[in-house]
Design a protein around this ligand. Structure first.
Ligand code: NAP
Length: 353
């Protein structure tokens, strides 16, 4: 199969760089454009990055000139890792030109015709794109903490029904991107406010775990309470979760639900072997050790036990830059191409490369 040419919008940011790392050897997609702000335009990519994440960058990409986000060439697919302040306008321009957009930014996540997608959790929401009026179609991946939370909650909800969720997050510094807190503010400290994060963690899982009825999402009827904190961990969001259930459960029946969920996982190039990895050892998972399980695409869970206020509680860890951002976006692009290959063959989406 000829690879699909792709652009990365916001390529110089933390998520943009992780997208590049994951796309270098991707079997279906090939990077043709790297775009960012005026600060970076015209520089070689290697000169433009302010906070390099550590990976082997091939020469052709290191030397590729960074474009502005209004470049003229038509391209069938763009991954957006844009700052949310500019994502609405730039992503809309690409959709108007017939480019399909897979976005990490929050801007279109709650729009009714945009799938907030995690393949394997709510793949049935993907046909929402058929209601979109634009020539290009857009899929969003969720907030990074939500990506892990929704994956863990899905099998529990499916088997026992969710009534209430209480979650306290301990989120890594990489989740804040290039403009995150300074080392002086973050180290040896806990920052108890992440702007807008608690709202996203309380709202987005209800859309993801909602039901598709007459081409609309009926949100999950469940109370979610979130407290989000920034902690001095470089990468890997950790959280403690308590759940109240509709039906009686035991520890082993919940573990059985996790196992059954793993067996039904989607099989796309970026899918993990196991969407959920359970640790019997009470001292696990830990961000430093377990963030890259299944190439960063698996959610690690531990300490599942009875809760004295709600029904059960557990800890959870996900790689916020991979599953929570770049890897999640790649999986969504694969799901789109797998289900709607014709979208990439339309003569309107002419490929100039
Ligand atoms: P980041 O490190 O701050 O990167 C932001 C990117 O946006 C940079 O490439 C920047 O380019 C570009 N940009 C800023 N202003 C622009 C403008 N006026 N025109 C064009 N490009 C512009 O942020 P990030 O952490 O990678 O996050 C990217 C997006 O993903 C955000 O919307 C974020 O909320 C979301 N997200 C992040 C994570 C995470 O774990 N970090 C997880 C899930 C979702 P310059 O370098 O040239 O300024």
């Amino acid at each position: 199969m000829q690879k699909i040419p792709v652009a990365i919008l916001g390529a110089t940011g933390v998520v943009g760089q992780k997208l590049i790392e994951l796309l270098i050897s991707h079997p279906w997609f090939e990077i043709k454009k790297l775009a960012a702000s005026e600060r970076s335009v015209g520089k070689s990519f290697i000169e433009a990055i302010e906070n390099p994440i550590n990976f082997d960058l091939p020469q052709n990409l290191a030397n590729m000139k960074v474009s502005s986000c209004d470049f003229e060439d038509k391209i069938p697919l763009a991954f957006s890792a844009l700052d949310s302040k500019v994502a609405t306008e730039i992503e809309s321009n690409f959709l108007g030109k017939g480019t399909h957009v897979i976005s990490n930014a929050k801007n279109f996540r709650m729009q009714s015709d945009v799938p907030l997608l995690i393949p394997g959790v709510n793949s049935e929401h993907l046909p929402l794109i058929e209601s979109q009026k634009s020539l290009g179609k857009i899929i969003n991946n969720p907030n990074c903490a939500v990506a892990g939370l929704a994956l863990a909650l899905k099998p529990i909800h499916k088997m026992f029904g969710l009534k209430k969720v209480i979650v306290t997050t301990m989120q890594a510094l990489s989740g804040a991107g290039n403009k995150g807190p300074s080392a002086y503010a973050a180290l040896n400290n806990i920052l108890p406010h992440i702007h807008g994060e608690e709202e996203k963690v309380e709202q987005e899982p209800k859309k993801i775990l909602g039901q598709l009825l007459n081409n609309q999402i009926l949100p999950l009827n469940c109370k979610i309470s979130a407290q989000c904190n920034r902690v001095p961990v470089l990468n890997g969001h950790f959280m403690s979760v308590s759940v109240e259930l509709e039906k009686p459960a035991t520890q082993s029946s919940i573990l059985f639900a996790f196992d059954a969920f793993n067996k039904k996982a989607s099989k796309l190039p970026s899918s993990p072997q196991n969407a959920l990895t359970y640790f019997e050892n009470l001292n696990m998972p830990q961000p430093k050790i377990h963030q890259n399980i299944d190439k960063g695409m698996s959610v690690s869970i531990g300490k599942l036990r009875r809760c004295s206020c709600l029904d059960f509680k557990f800890n959870l860890l996900l790689n916020n830059l991979v599953l929570g951002a770049a890897g999640g976006a790649l999986l969504n692009a694969e799901a789109l191409l797998n289900r709607y290959p014709e979208l990439f063959m339309s003569p309107e989406v002419a490929i100039n490369y």
